[in-house]
Design a protein around this ligand. Structure first.
Ligand SMILES: [Zn+2]
Ligand SMILES: [Zn+2]
Length: 279
């Protein structure tokens, strides 16, 4: 693998790689597939063996091949293509790691966003269609701090169109462009102008260009994200402060009412309840 400048990024062009794409079904329960007719359904994970799916090309005929249905099958295919691998040396002792769901979610949002920005940047820099390349990422987080985030990109065309193998030669431009994608938008997390599109809609909830930018700045320049500035903290805490002030006003009003009530009570003819004054 080659180092990219003085950064935490290493990369490699990997020609003729075998890529395995698998569909693991809903909640990774796989599919139930009839080995005789090829009919299939999503496995709901309930473990019952009652199937009601039709045979391929015979939509009205249900599969009745008892005993020939294989359960919980992952569907996939393997093909040869060119791949580009990008490795970020990730300091899990100074950045979020895998301690708890919240940390994992933040890391997932940051890496998914940066991966998407890089993919868009590659398409723009190479002047190719967004769908010409695909990719993914995987974390290798260790408590010792010696952790890595690996991203990969590959050509969708079987045997490779050669796009992914070009990324290494224009990596500086791709990183610059990705940065602009993440910076030059006015949205709060992501929108159609920067990252969202029809094909990545399942990730719209995850995209957060601020987190993506923090990861990019860390990877490229070693910048550890700052804590929130005093101004930002004041901004975030303002609704809480307003609520507190409102509650204080309510509390004062309540005290005033209770005093007035006691005065009114004492002005009545029958006096001397045993109740202790409120204050
Ligand atoms: Zn069948
Ligand atoms: Zn946006």
């Amino acid at each position: 693998m080659d180092n990219f400048e003085q950064s935490k990024i290493r990369y490699a062009n990997l020609p003729d790689c075998k890529v395995l794409i698998a569909n693991m079904g809903k909640n990774k329960n796989g599919f139930n597939v009839c080995k005789k007719c090829g009919g299939a359904e999503v496995d709901d994970g309930n473990g019952n063996s009652v199937y009601s799916f039709s045979q391929p090309y015979h939509d009205s005929q249900l599969c009745r091949h008892d005993g020939s249905v294989a359960r919980a099958i992952y569907l996939g295919h393997e093909f040869l293509t060119d791949m580009f691998m990008l490795d970020i040396s990730y300091g899990s002792s100074e950045l979020v790691g895998n301690r708890g769901a919240e940390e994992k979610n933040i890391l997932r949002a940051a890496v998914t966003t940066l991966h998407e920005a890089l993919k868009k940047a590659v398409a723009l820099e190479l002047d190719i269609d967004y769908n010409e390349i695909s990719g993914g990422w995987r974390p290798r987080i260790k408590r010792s701090g010696d952790s890595h985030v690996e991203m990969f990109f590959y050509d969708n065309l079987s045997s490779g169109a050669g796009y992914s193998s070009l990324i290494g030669s224009i990596l500086d431009k791709v990183l610059d462009r990705a940065r602009l994608i993440l910076v030059e938008c006015a949205c709060s997390r992501s929108c159609r102008s920067c990252l969202d599109n029809y094909w990545n809609q399942r990730n719209h909830q995850l995209f957060d260009r601020y987190l993506g930018l923090q990861l990019l700045n860390y990877a490229r320049f070693g910048q550890v994200p700052d804590d929130y500035s005093i101004t930002a903290q004041q901004e975030y805490l303002l609704p809480l402060k307003n609520l507190y002030l409102k509650m204080q006003v309510r509390h004062l009003l309540l005290q005033l009412y209770s005093r007035l009530f006691l005065q009114y009570e004492r002005s009545l003819k029958v006096q001397g309840t045993l109740r202790k004054p409120l204050s």
